[in-house]
Design a protein around this ligand. Structure first.
Ligand code: SAH
Length: 221
């Protein structure tokens, strides 16, 4: 699993256990997802001044006007992605701090993740390597284009909300693959949706109401 170079493992152990209990109470059932959340040191993925709040079930700032998602949402999306069975490759749009990628890295063979803000992509790369997580590949760019060279993916997860899921991303799903994304509704509210690719169509189901930063177009230096 993850090695924690900060040595904060002992002090945060109780806080992590408490977070996992809260997620269970909120309906997360998948033991593997709960264990992944317990093992990834979230305090290293948030701004240092806020690390004491890292095991609360809240979104926190990560700089560049972006946030690390609430642990419940990370768990919920991961569970929704993996519900039908194990996956080998997953593509994430919106690396941010790298936390969601680190959680996925515990559960699938290989994670590909795209981030449009170069500074975030760079610090996520440093942190993941420091943690010894080496099955995550990062790219700086516009996630709307996906990562066609490594397609198809068993799973695709968006951690920023588009108005509509880009068609290009759906085409990069393997047959039987699943895409989970927050999508902007007409009334400014967002919904978590899941697409499952069948042999000749995409089945769409709506999961929960959510709140994510918008998906923006183009990459930023
Ligand atoms: N998964 C992240 C959450 C990051 S918030 C984590 O665990 O920390 C959403 C991220 O999506 C932001 O970093 C934002 O810059 C990025 N983003 C928004 N639009 C994007 C796009 N078109 N392509 C790639 N990244 C995008």
């Amino acid at each position: 699993m993850v090695n924690d170079p900060s040595g904060a493992g002992l002090t945060s152990r109780r806080a992590r256990d408490r977070l996992v209990r809260i997620l269970e109470q909120q309906g997360i059932r998948d033991r593997r997802v709960l264990e992944a959340i317990r093992s990834v040191p979230r305090h290293l993925f948030v701004e240092e001044a806020l690390s004491h709040r890292a095991y609360e079930n809240i979104a926190l700032p990560i700089g560049h006007r972006q946030t690390i998602s609430q642990p419940f949402i990370v768990a919920r999306m991961t569970e929704a992605l993996l519900e039908a069975g194990p996956m080998s490759t997953v593509l994430e749009i919106g690396t941010g701090s790298g936390y969601q990628a680190a959680v996925l890295a515990q559960l699938v063979d290989r994670v590909f993740s795209i981030e449009r803000i170069q500074a975030l992509s760079r610090s996520a790369r440093e942190l993941l390597s420091r943690l010894g997580i080496n099955n995550v590949n990062l790219r700086h760019g516009d996630g709307a284009e996906g990562w066609p060279e490594r397609a198809p993916y068993d799973g695709i997860i968006l951690t920023a909300a588009p108005r509509d899921v880009p068609e290009t991303l759906l085409t990069q799903l393997a047959p039987g693959g699943r895409l989970v994304a927050p999508v902007e509704g007409p009334d400014g509210r967002q919904q978590l949706v899941r697409y499952t690719r069948t042999d000749d169509a995409y089945v769409r189901d709506i999961l929960d109401a959510v709140m994510f930063v918008p998906m923006l177009s183009g990459a930023e230096q």
